[in-house]
Design a protein around this ligand. Structure first.
Ligand code: ADP
Ligand code: MG
Length: 296
């Protein structure tokens, strides 16, 4: 179930680009999961990246020479206490911000020379974003929400609908396509948001605290979907402060004070993600442990 990532038009928060993307060379050669099971291929290469926020008198060093390689097919949790630099790193990985020094390559493309338009273009073609607060368009059906990235990519109506329906089916939302966000539970809204993130077939899914607003049941559902997307060959990087969530990924990268202080592998890049909750059937532990912001 793959289709070419063709979105070339920025999402609405941006001014539409007038020029075609200049640096396309080499960028189309590996669709999501295209080479899984073979030679490891880095989708993310971060080389000694530092980020300094200049606040006049004060310089905040949010990232200190972070180096990180993430191969296609990995499922990675980024952990760390508040202020440790997680969001700053995620913004750089997502091409929403640029390093002060160091180098970042996504899918073989060095982003350091790119202007805003090129970054926006890269973002739309290569990255699917999932946010803590879902960020769906209100009073708009799940189907139309998921169609939006395709509409900006210039796909015509019937094709758009077909792909959006397929993405929604893949996250178990076939029976809720006509529902608006306010008519869906938090877990269902997040599944719609995941469908929207994957409908353009991005090389990388980036999720910032995707389960932060979910109860433990919805958290499990969303994690199962991430695990399945990953088993289909997608690379997923998620920020979380919940140990239970991190333990269901293949690799935990921990930041402290802007530096990587731990990089622990729990499962091979091409293995199935660990499912510690299988243990529940034998030994049930309290389900709300680690869910700090559970909501109805
Ligand atoms: P986390 O997501 O782990 O909580 P952040 O990446 O948001 O951490 O922040 C890391 C550090 O950088 C913090 O000290 C934070 O105050 C600072 N910081 C983040 N964004 C900005 C900004 N836009 N301007 C100034 N300082 C910032
Ligand atoms: Mg943050």
């Amino acid at each position: 179930m793959r289709w070419p990532a063709r979105s070339r038009t920025p999402i609405p928060s941006r001014v539409p680009r007038e020029q075609p993307l200049v640096a396309r060379a080499g960028s189309e050669r590996s669709p999501a999961g295209g080479d899984r099971g073979r030679t490891p291929h880095p989708v993310i290469q971060v080389h000694a990246v530092s980020k300094v926020f200049d606040l006049g008198q004060i310089h905040v060093r949010a990232l200190r020479e972070v180096s990180l390689r993430i191969d296609t097919g990995d499922l990675v949790a980024i952990m760390g206490s508040s202020g440790s630099g997680k969001s700053t790193l995620m913004n750089i990985l997502g091409c929403l911000d640029v390093p002060t020094s160091g180098r970042y390559e996504i899918d073989g493309v060095d982003v350091s020379q790119m202007d805003e338009d090129d970054l926006a273009d890269l973002r739309n073609r290569k990255i699917g974003f999932v946010f803590q607060s879902f960020n769906l368009v209100a009073r708009t059906s799940a189907l139309v929400n998921v169609e939006l990235p395709l509409a900006y990519a210039g796909l015509r109506g019937a094709e758009r609908r077909k792909r959006a329906e397929r993405a929604l089916r893949s996250v178990g939302m076939a029976n809720r396509m006509r529902h608006q966000p306010s008519e869906l539970s938090g877990g269902q809204q997040q599944r719609v948001a995941v469908a929207r993130a994957i409908v353009t077939n991005p090389a990388l899914v980036l999720a910032d605290e995707p389960t932060g607003n979910l109860d433990s049941h919805a958290t499990e559902e969303v994690l199962r979907i991430f695990a399945r997307l990953n088993e289909e060959g997608r690379t997923v990087v998620l920020i979380t402060h919940e140990p239970d969530v991190a333990e269901q990924t293949k690799r935990i990268v921990r930041l402290s004070d802007g530096a990587v202080v731990e990089d622990r592998r729990l499962a091979g890049v091409h293995d199935a993600p660990p499912a510690p909750h299988d243990l529940k059937s034998a030994h049930h532990h309290p389900v709300d442990a680690g869910v700090a912001e559970a909501q109805p």
